[in-house]
Every structure is written in structure tokens, then in C-alpha cells.
Write a protein that binds this ligand. Structure first.
Ligand SMILES: [Zn+2]
Length: 633
């Protein structure tokens, strides 16, 4: 016990919940390990949360009292690739329900075992954060074609491939409402960031509909409205806009003039959305960089405006990614063996331009501090992250039909090292979608989004293409377990440790309601009874709150939305008649004009346990929250 424990512990987090865990773990380890010197995790090497992400702070929050919280699950005796620069490799990881509690040596982590801790022997297998695909159409594919599948199947495909967070880069109003319905029902299993479509792949402007749906930045939310997608050039429709003539497509199609794109990007930026600009050809990349520079007016790129694909890039653009803080998403697998990625009958670009294609090495060297994140762009390329990784770190490609070939000369500039590529598929992907504080690396305090692989990518680069994902976990829940490998797949910690349901005593619930409508109601449809509503604060004196029959109604009759009125009200209520293992279902309704956001809190915590957003002209939406969220500290 004299040796200092090499265990990374929860460190200073902004949320009370995490603080509870830190304190708890410190107590637990002091008791169990016998006073090893615990090394706190150094501060994250990645930029801190932007102001847009700061959780709303509430007035008059009570101090939290710590309860002893042991590890619910331990994986040990493995190779844990953390993607955390302060401790890149470990042997074991401990979880507390949906969160990571500690990462370290098998000996130190096993010392955290309590009576009810599930313990899983990795037997040397590799465990790492789930893959983050920053730009895919895996959900679009299924939603648009009910004959071939549905959203459930699409999620299963992502999870089977080890993808635990994704960016959906084509979101129409219809698709958005499908996703919100899925999320409200608890059926969204992969963390999903939506980019609302401003202009379609052919450059047709779909209008300002996105403005009804403000970006969301709630830590831990499964569904996020992340930003707005704009197509600068062809590729999906028409041809990429390049500076030289291609046999097929000539110089390609640029959908907007520089002035037009400047105006579009500035408008979206001004409303606080992250902009994701599709730019495949060098002329489009150039125009996209200019438009972002114009919108920023010298400010830092706090909204992390992205450029998608970056397939053909001119050398003078390489340093601008860093200069402007632009996030570049890049593909791994380009299916060059049968040239599916390009149009049929492709001929290589003239030799003097070939270095502009996939110039990842040169871009990294010219913009070493810039953020590069991987994307699959499925179904344009494979959804399998390990095929992409293989194609990124070796001079070989795998085609859709599993045939393999060396990178052709026109696609030969994209080879990276494993230490460059793996972060792009995890922590940098999280950065691209403002989720790096929650996922993307195995660090105490982050969500337990992790995968177990059949092999270690670091051992043999050529074997990467054969590596399989044997277990995928999102927020502590097993979402994929490969047949034959059930021993690696824990029973859900919640299911294992949850006591049988019993009546819950009176519980406190805090509601924060923000509305620009003249009235809004929050109704508890099932799961308990709301009594004793008390208004803690209201931003306007004219606002009234009435509670009757499980419904809280707020009115701001003198401040109608049409005249720009908005109100924030915080109400404390008591919940009775609930079961400890039950679920509460609330519905939100409001007047047709204006939008309404309702956040539910356990008053002992600063982070909401449930959030619902109602857009103008939407009739109602629901929030489902387990009763347990209001019980545990
Ligand atoms: Zn795409």
C-alpha cells in the first residue's frame, strides 16, 4: 500500500453531482486503499467549454451532502486506451452507474470493489471510448426508406460498429420531429447531434425554418440541436468546385457567390448556431474559409464552425484552418479500389493536382493546433470505423465489397499515424460537436460510453481491418453484445443494483420554465402526483403560476410573445404517489406564438434531469424521467 496509487479520479467538475462522486470516491478509496496518494487528473488538454455550453445556474441551490457511492462495475486486466493525454494507457476502469469513476491499474481499481460491484475480466482485450462519427447519414437512410429499415435498426447498426455518438448532417423539419419523438420515448440510444439543413445538396435554399429550433447545449442530452448545414459545392449533387478541369464535371459547381455565402454564414453565426459547410473542392473550401472569416470579424471561433469533407484542398488554405479555428472533418475510407466515392469512369487528376486530394498530412503540418475530426459520411463510404482507421493509418483501402487495394496516386496523401487518427475518431470528434466535456475519452466524470475490441489497433496496423467490436456501452448501458462474448457484457448496472420498486416518500422537484408564449402548462401525465407548488422566482411580476390537478399553468398576460415578451419562472413542487423504479411523464403545451423550454431538476443538483423544448406552432412535447433521478443525490 506504500506505492502511490496510479488512479485517475474524478476532478473538479462544474456539476454538484460530480462533486458528490469525487468526495465519495475519495472517502471510499481512503477507506479501501488505505491512504494511497491519489493523483488527480490534470486539467483537460482540450479547450474548456464555451460560454454557450455553461449550464444554467439556478438561484438558491442547496449544498449537496455526499452519500458513499461505490463502483457499480469494474473492467480489469485489459488494455484501456483512454485518449486522455495524462494517462494514455491503463489496465482497468471503474464505473458508477452511467459515469466513469476511476481509471488506473487493475490492482488499484479492483480495490474499489464493493459488495454489489460487477467485475469483468477483460483477459487482455482492448477497451476504448466509443467511436464518434461527426458526419453520417445512417439515421437518414433508415428514416427515408421504411422498406429497408427504421431508426431502431439504424441505431443498432451504429452500435454494432462501436459508434456511440454521431452527427446527423442532413436534418429536415420532418426528420427533426421524428428524432424528437424517438428521444422523448427514450428510444434514442446513440448520442445524436443534429445539423439543420439550410440548403440542400443541389444548393437549393430550404429557408429559415431552422430559426424555430435554437441550438441546445445541455450536458448529457442524447439529442442535440447542434448547428446548421450549408452546401457550398457539389459532390452529392453535381460536381465538386475545383480550380482545374476534370474530365467528368469540369470545374464543378459552386452553389453560392462569396457575398451570398458570407451573408448566409454570418446570419447563422449571429443566431448562435455552429455552421457546418459542405466543401469538397478547393474552390468551395476557399469560399467556406472566407465566409467563416467574414462572419467572425476577428473574433475567436467559439461556435466551432466546421468545414465538411475537405477532399481537394489548395496548399494556401492549409494554414487557415488553424488561423480561423475551423474544425475540419475528414474521411478515412474512400473506396478507391472500385472508385465508388467518385463518379463512374473516373480518371486521376493531372499529376500536378494530385497532392491536393486528401492532403491530411500537409494540413496537419500547416495547422498543427487545428481540430481535425473523422467522419464516415455513410452511405458514401463504409460505416465501419475500423475500416476507416485502417485506411487512415496504412497505405491501403478496403472497398465496399471487401476487396483491398493500395492507395492510388490520387489518394495517397492521407496516411496518418495511429496516434493522430484515433483521437480524431474519439475526443476530437467530441470536440467537433461540443461533447468533449462528456464523452470522447475515458476520464473520471465523463459518461461511460465505451467499447471492447477483439484486438488492439496498436499491436499490428495491418490487423486493424479484422478487429471486431465485441461490446458497446452508452451511458453505462450495454447496447451491443457480440454473440459468443456475453461474458464481456455486464448486466445493466441499474438493473442489477436497483432495489425492487417500492413507494417513494415525498420528493422535491424543481421546474425551470422559460417561455416567450403568453401561456404555458406543464402537466404530470403519469408516475405520481404534484402538490404544493411554490414560485421561487419569476422574471416578471405580472406572471402568475397556478397548480391544479397535476398541472402547473403559467400566464404572462401583459407580455405577449408578439410584443417580444419572455419570462423565466422557477417553481418548487412536491411529488407524491411515486414508485422508486417508476417513470414520470410530463407534457408541455403553450400558446401558438413563441417557444417554451422546461427543465426539471433534482433541487440538490445543478444539472437538469430532464429537458423539453416546444417550438412555435408545435402542439405539445413530452419529457420522461425516472423517479430515481429525484431520489439519488
Ligand atoms: Zn454528408
Amino acid at each position: 500500500m506504500g506505492k502511490p496509487g496510479k488512479v485517475a479520479m474524478m476532478h473538479d467538475s462544474k456539476t454538484a453531482r460530480l462533486n458528490v462522486l469525487i468526495l465519495t470516491v475519495t472517502i471510499a478509496l481512503a477507506a479501501l486503499v488505505g491512504g494511497c496518494n491519489l493523483r488527480p487528473v490534470e486539467s483537460s488538454p482540450f479547450p474548456t467549454t464555451s460560454p454557450q455550453m455553461t449550464p444554467t445556474s439556478l438561484p438558491s441551490l442547496t449544498a449537496t451532502t455526499a452519500a458513499l457511492q461505490p463502483a457499480t462495475l469494474i473492467f480489469y486486466d485489459g488494455t484501456v486506451l483512454t485518449m486522455d493525454k495524462t494517462q494514455p494507457v491503463a489496465e482497468a476502469i471503474a464505473l458508477a452507474d452511467d459515469m466513469i469513476l476511476a481509471v488506473g491499474s487493475s490492482k488499484d481499481i479492483l480495490a474499489m470493489k464493493g459488495l454489489n460491484t460487477q467485475v469483468i475480466d477483460l483477459q487482455g482485450l482492448t477497451l476504448m471510448p466509443g467511436f464518434i462519427d461527426t458526419h453520417t447519414h445512417i439515421l437518414n437512410e433508415s428514416a427515408s426508406d421504411p422498406a429497408t429499415g427504421n431508426l431502431e435498426k439504424a441505431q443498432a447498426l451504429a452500435l454494432k460498429n462501436g459508434i456511440t455518438t454521431l452527427g446527423n448532417l442532413y436534418t429536415t423539419q420532418d426528420f427533426l420531429s421524428q428524432m424528437r419523438t424517438l428521444d422523448a420515448s427514450g428510444g434514442l440510444l446513440v448520442r445524436t447531434s443534429l445539423y439543420l439543413t439550410y440548403a440542400d445538396p443541389c444548393g437549393k435554399v430550404l429557408g429559415d425554418w431552422y430559426k424555430q429550433y435554437p441550438p441546445t447545449h445541455q450536458p448529457g442530452e442524447m439529442l442535440r440541436i447542434a448547428g446548421v448545414k450549408v452546401f457550398a459545392d457539389g459532390g452529392s449533387c453535381g460536381h465538386p468546385a475545383i480550380s482545374f478541369d476534370r474530365t467528368v464535371g469540369g470545374k464543378g459547381d459552386l452553389w453560392f457567390t462569396q457575398d451570398q455565402l458570407d451573408t448566409i454564414v454570418s446570419g447563422i453565426d449571429a443566431r448562435g448556431y455552429q455552421v457546418a459547410i459542405h466543401a469538397i473542392g478547393d474552390r468551395a473550401v476557399d469560399e467556406a474559409l472566407n465566409a467563416i472569416e467574414f462572419a467572425l470579424q476577428g473574433r475567436p471561433n467559439n461556435l466551432r464552425h466546421r468545414i465538411e469533407h475537405n477532399t481537394t484542398v489548395r496548399p494556401d488554405s492549409y494554414p487557415r484552418y488553424q488561423k480561423l479555428g475551423v474544425v475540419a472533418t475528414i474521411i478515412g475510407n474512400v473506396w478507391s479500389c472500385n472508385a465508388v466515392f467518385f463518379s463512374k469512369g473516373i480518371v486521376p487528376d493531372p499529376p500536378q493536382y494530385q497532392a491536393w486530394n486528401f492532403p491530411y498530412r500537409a494540413m496537419l503540418e500547416a495547422s498543427p493546433q487545428a481540430h481535425f475530426a473523422w467522419h464516415s459520411d455513410y452511405p458514401w463510404a463504409s460505416t465501419n470505423p475500423l475500416f476507416h482507421l485502417y485506411s487512415l493509418v496504412t497505405p491501403y483501402e478496403i472497398a465496399g465489397d471487401m476487396s483491398e487495394c493500395p492507395d492510388p496516386s490520387w489518394a495517397g496523401n492521407k496516411t496518418l499515424t495511429l496516434d493522430e487518427a484515433l483521437p480524431m475518431m474519439t475526443i476530437e470528434g467530441a470536440y467537433a460537436m461540443f461533447r468533449e466535456q462528456e464523452v470522447g475519452s475515458l476520464v473520471p466524470g465523463k459518461y461511460a460510453d465505451l467499447i471492447i475490441l477483439s484486438g488492439n489497433p496498436k499491436t499490428d496496423l495491418n490487423a486493424i481491418k479484422n478487429i471486431q467490436v465485441w461490446m458497446t456501452m452508452v451511458g453505462g448501458q450495454v447496447r451491443w453484445c457480440a454473440p459468443g462474448h456475453e461474458a464481456l457484457c455486464p448486466k445493466s448496472p441499474e438493473a442489477q443494483n436497483a432495489p425492487a420498486s417500492s413507494p417513494a416518500g415525498p420528493l422535491s422537484i424543481r421546474l425551470q420554465i422559460n417561455t416567450t408564449s403568453d401561456w404555458a402548462t406543464v402537466t404530470l401525465n403519469s408516475g405520481g402526483t404534484l402538490i404544493d407548488a411554490k414560485v421561487l422566482s419569476a422574471s416578471k411580476e405580472t406572471t402568475r403560476a397556478d397548480m391544479s390537478g397535476n398541472q402547473l399553468a403559467i400566464n404572462q398576460p401583459l407580455e405577449r410573445a408578439s410584443s417580444g415578451g419572455s419570462v423565466e419562472m422557477i417553481v418548487d413542487a412536491t411529488l407524491t404517489d411515486a414508485q422508486t423504479a417508476g417513470q414520470l411523464e410530463f407534457s408541455i403545451q403553450s400558446g401558438a406564438i413563441g417557444s417554451t423550454t422546461v427543465k426539471l431538476f433534482n433541487p440538490k443538483q445543478t444539472v437538469p434531469v430532464g429537458t423539453g423544448n416546444l417550438a412555435p406552432n408545435e402542439e405539445s412535447t413530452t419529457i420522461k424521467v425516472p423517479v430515481a433521478r429525484f431520489i439519488s443525490p
